[in-house]
Design a protein around this ligand. Structure first.
Ligand SMILES: [Zn+2]
Length: 270
């Protein structure tokens, strides 16, 4: 596809990721697909620019889409170098947090979120292992193949329709399952290259009346400065921006919860 067409493209279900693999992430807005940005400025030590079409703040990351996905294959080493505990050494901690989070979801929604549950970006599997231990059937996917949990796991990138189809067909064969009633995204959304495509693809594996629970940094909160992270967090948005974005994709907002300062949890229904 010619470069001009990539930026002018009307986004439909026919979006083909292959057309975008070699586009530098710096050149395109993953929310609105335009390439008109403000000049680069620095906020909380991160070089960013503002999309002049949709208003989202985007980190300047000089990588193609494929580079970015590949970069995540060594994510644990990156985390370790930063001084944080890698995912695979914090299973017990994450298992405990999974319990606290689930209890809160029940309180916010006034009911147990229905299963099957899909945990996108399940990392060490602690969250799905906890859910399966209380008889909430849960499956996990991640863009990294390293997985040490006990629950069903698939390697899949939901921005990629081909991978999504493969995941669904494998899951149907293994588990006799095609769609989910609850989808969880803990600390995933702010890492996406093409959030629009991701949220659009998600609809293909959602049962009617299903819940989507999205945990994101509340980036402009005074206690969220540490969430401005080099390379990792591509987009910086506020509540008004996300409300509008989810609404335009026909997701109904139920509630925004603030479990801790600097974090927001969006409860959506589709
Ligand atoms: Zn934009």
């Amino acid at each position: 596809m010619a470069k001009k067409d990539i930026f002018d493209k009307k986004i439909t279900d026919n979006f083909n990721l292959d057309d975008y693999r070699q586009v530098n992430l710096d050149e395109i807005c993953g929310f609105c697909f335009k390439n008109i940005f403000s000049k680069t400025i620095q906020i909380n030590d991160i070089f960013v620019k503002k999309c002049l079409n949709c208003g989202v703040i985007k980190q300047c990351v000089n990588m193609t889409y494929d580079d970015y996905i590949n970069w995540y294959q060594n994510y644990d080493n990156f985390i370790k170098k930063r001084g944080d505990i890698p995912y695979f050494d914090r299973y017990e901690h994450d298992h405990m947090i999974a319990q606290i989070r689930w209890k809160r979801h029940k309180r916010i929604l006034g009911e147990e979120p229905p299963y099957p549950v899909l945990d996108i970006g399940c990392a060490n599997g602690a969250n799905i292992d906890f859910l399966n231990s209380i008889d909430i059937f849960a499956v996990g996917i991640d863009i990294r193949k390293i997985y040490t949990g006990k629950s069903p796991f698939y390697f899949c990138n939901l921005e990629n329709l081909k991978e999504l189809k493969k995941f669904v067909s494998e899951m149907k064969k293994d588990l006799n399952l095609k769609k989910f009633k609850t989808i969880i995204l803990y600390d995933v959304f702010e890492h996406l290259s093409y959030p629009f495509i991701f949220m659009n693809n998600l609809k293909k594996i959602l049962e009617p009346e299903s819940y989507i629970i999205i945990d994101v940094p509340d980036f402009f909160h005074k206690k969220a400065k540490h969430h401005w992270r080099k390379i990792e967090h591509l987009y910086y948005f506020d509540e008004a921006f996300l409300n509008k974005f989810f609404h335009e994709l026909n997701y109904k907002l139920i509630k925004i919860d603030k479990p801790i300062e600097g974090k927001s949890v969006y409860y959506l229904k589709y």
